[in-house]
Write a protein that binds this ligand. Structure first.
Ligand code: ADP
Ligand code: MG
Length: 384
């Protein structure tokens, strides 16, 4: 049964509409978003789909087909950040969006009934959480006729995750889910949220981008994000810039010479060089030389592994085994310490490279990863 049918069965009446928002993978530019730098995500064909109806009585009802939990029933005027729905409960994501909209002065106080189902793998670094937030934001925007554009909805969604759920994340995931278009990667300037759709037609080039979900999540990740963030801020302070985005690549050696702390120096080198790699990738894609981005991806992985130090054994194994088997390039993607990697391959090599990765995981005694193609897909939209 489709999501609208499930809504009708659950709530006993028809929804006002159906919306979808995708998960994403980031092609290049990691941890650069909170440094006001550049990122380049693309939307996955995997989406969160929500059937939604507007209410008038200030009640918010939430249900997910993917979670074994009854309908959560909340009062709009009682939503508080980091309350019981802000401590790990899935309902905090959509509830947080409604809270963030109200907090920004938008009229959504009538509430809503929401039922959703998602094909975005959760906790795999593919932003199932952003998909949930963005699909909620877009549906409420339409039903309440708020007139917010996609970037503004993304910022609302990010605020929900930061302030209501309590997860410190940059704005990339929500921007990707809200603004991506089919057949493109999204070049995003995280300083002013300007975007450019960069053609990324893999099939026409006989190429494939594989996502390899390692299905591991190492505990280390939680504190490490905040620590890297603080380190980057410290680097910017020492260098006398507001954000590391302001350090030009050509000035990197001079900047590094000014940093006495070895760790801060590594963090700065990663951020400034990854911003540069985003520009390199754009130049290559604009020139139609998609194959040539492979080595840039692999260099990006080395930087995340050796300078930012957010990789792990499993992610390193994906990259090493894929490249040894003839991939054009590979890197971890997302927050690190587990989650997913991406691998660029010739279409004809997709199968043997996948096989090599799986064999390497078996030989190392790791759980078999999940491998699927990342087809650059559409951003959030109304389906019905
Ligand atoms: P990621 O965004 O990388 O997938 P997160 O930890 O940020 O991982 O978000 C995962 C959380 O989002 C889940 O633990 C759950 O609370 C919520 N979530 C994601 N998809 C769904 C879904 N289909 N139904 C209910 N909750 C979901
Ligand atoms: Mg997330």
């Amino acid at each position: 049964m489709d999501v609208a049918g499930q809504f009708a069965e659950l709530y006993g009446y028809e929804p006002d509409g159906v919306w979808s928002a995708p998960g994403r993978v980031n092609l290049i530019g990691e941890y650069t978003d909170f440094n006001e730098g550049f990122v380049m995500p693309l939307a996955l064909p995997h989406t969160a789909v929500a059937a939604v109806a507007r209410r008038t009585d200030g009640v918010l009802r939430l249900h997910s087909a993917d979670i074994d939990a009854p309908v959560a029933e909340l009062r709009v005027d009682e939503l508080t950040p980091l309350s019981k729905y802000g401590q790990g409960g899935w309902a905090a994501y959509p509830a947080g969006v409604l809270w963030a909209l109200r907090d920004a002065g938008h009229e959504v106080s009538g509430g809503a009934d929401i039922h959703l189902a998602s094909t975005v793998p959760t906790g795999a670094g593919l932003s199932s959480s952003a998909a949930l937030e963005v699909v909620t934001a877009l549906s409420l925007n339409d039903l309440y006729e708020l007139g917010l554009d996609a970037p503004r909805l993304a910022v609302i969604a990010q605020r929900a995750e930061n302030a209501f759920v309590g997860v410190p994340c940059g704005v990339m995931d929500q921007m990707a889910s809200a603004c991506a278009t089919e057949g493109h990667a999204l070049h995003l300037d995280c300083r002013d949220l300007t975007t450019r759709q960069v053609p990324f037609d893999l099939a026409a080039q006989g190429l494939r981008l594989l996502v390899v979900d390692t299905r591991v999540k190492h505990e280390l990740g939680d504190g490490a994000y905040a620590e890297r963030r603080a380190g980057c801020e410290e680097g910017a302070r020492v260098l006398g810039v507001s954000h590391l985005r302001d350090v030009l690549y050509a000035e990197l050696p001079a900047a590094l010479a000014k940093l006495t702390d070895e760790k801060i120096r590594r963090y700065v080198r990663h951020i400034v060089s990854d911003d540069h790699r985003v520009e390199q990738v754009i130049g290559l894609l604009d020139a139609g030389d998609v194959r040539a981005i492979g080595p840039v991806l692999t260099e990006g992985h080395a930087s995340l592994r050796d300078d930012l130090r957010i990789s792990c054994e499993e992610l390193d194994l994906v990259v090493a085994s894929a490249n040894a088997a003839g991939a054009l390039g590979a890197r971890m993607t997302g927050g690190g310490f587990g989650g997913s990697a991406i691998v660029l391959v010739e279409e004809v090599d997709a199968e043997p490279v996948t096989k090599s990765i799986l064999e390497a995981f078996t030989a190392a005694g790791h759980t078999a990863p999940r491998v699927f193609p990342a087809v650059p897909s559409a951003g959030a939209r109304r389906l019905a």
